[in-house]
Design a protein around this ligand. Structure first.
Ligand SMILES: Cc1cc2nc3c(=O)[nH]c(=O)nc-3n(C[C@H](O)[C@H](O)[C@H](O)COP(=O)(O)O)c2cc1C
Length: 265
């Protein structure tokens, strides 16, 4: 996450550890090439949510570093967690022509594929729920999909059982856009915690030093504490991030079964 206070140190540590691929989001990773020397062999992938962001980033990397992306992750308005859209836009996600953004990003990256004689795969995420959705984004020109929410509701996911069950129990009307101290809107299940922070702030008792821009004395709650509480199963004090299609999840299944369903329908 570009928004992290120790973002650069995290990237450098990943390179030193021999990471194959570094995926950066929660802000545009404009300086990422300067942190990942080409000789390191670590590949770099920005997360973008619009053609405009993709264009700005690829142009900057080209001009300033003579580099291009090794892979592009395109995250749409139906994704879970922090979102690269304005709160206003997210009130009516069906009004955002995300398909068009994907098509345009696929077009835009071709310039850089030609210039650098490489292939830049495009991976699309956000609301991809079943085989038809996968076929749909591949038809738009994507090379792969990034799926999160469905894999939370699997036996193998290491979140608490309570977290996974909250996905199974969630109805479409339980999902809402929340403000996050990260400075981006996020999508989460409307639980006791979300209602509580709407009414008053939850004072920060311990600072984890996670974000570049965070004033623990002012933020409505601590994002690190809220997310870890939820993952550990303390849902009443936790923020349950989820994708827009979480209401369609009906059971917790083994990953093997989910993959079979996604691949064969
Ligand atoms: C619980 C949860 C936590 C997430 N946390 C992150 C994160 O820390 N960084 C990130 O880049 N994306 C994060 N995401 C977004 C996913 O990586 C993914 O792109 C998106 O949720 C895909 O949409 P889907 O959940 O509808 O499949 C998160 C998603 C969920 C559901």
């Amino acid at each position: 996450m570009v928004a992290l206070k120790h973002y650069k140190e995290h990237v450098k540590a990943a390179v030193a550890a021999g990471a194959d691929l570094i995926v950066c989001g929660a802000g545009l990773p404009l300086e990422l090439p300067s942190l990942v020397p080409k000789e390191s062999g670590s590949k770099i992938a920005p997360i973008v949510s619009s053609r405009r962001a993709a264009e700005i980033l690829l142009k900057k990397w080209d001009k300033q570093y003579e580099r291009t992306a090794d892979l592009l992750v395109v995250e749409g308005p139906k994704a879970g967690g922090h979102l690269g859209f304005h709160e206003e836009e997210l009130k009516d996600v069906d009004h955002i022509d995300f398909d068009e953004q994907v098509r345009e990003i696929v077009e835009c990256k071709k310039t850089y594929e030609e210039k650098y004689h490489v292939s830049i795969p495009v991976v699309v995420g956000g609301g991809v729920f079943n085989r038809d959705d996968i076929v749909h984004v591949m038809d738009l020109g994507a090379d792969g999909v990034q799926i999160a929410s469905r894999f939370v509701a699997t036996d193998e996911c290491d979140a608490s059982q309570a977290y996974k069950q909250s996905y199974v129990d969630a109805k479409p009307e339980d999902i809402q856009i929340v403000k996050s101290p990260v400075g981006m809107p996020g999508r989460a299940i409307r639980n006791a915690f979300v209602k509580q922070v709407e009414a008053h702030r939850v004072p920060v008792t311990k600072c984890y030093n996670c974000l570049k821009k965070c004033n623990p004395g002012e933020v409505p709650y601590c994002i690190t504490k809220a997310l870890t509480n939820a993952v550990k199963g303390d849902l009443d004090h936790g923020l349950i991030f989820c994708g827009a299609n979480v209401g369609k999840i009906k059971e917790i299944v083994p990953v093997h079964q989910l993959i079979k369903e996604l691949v064969y329908g």
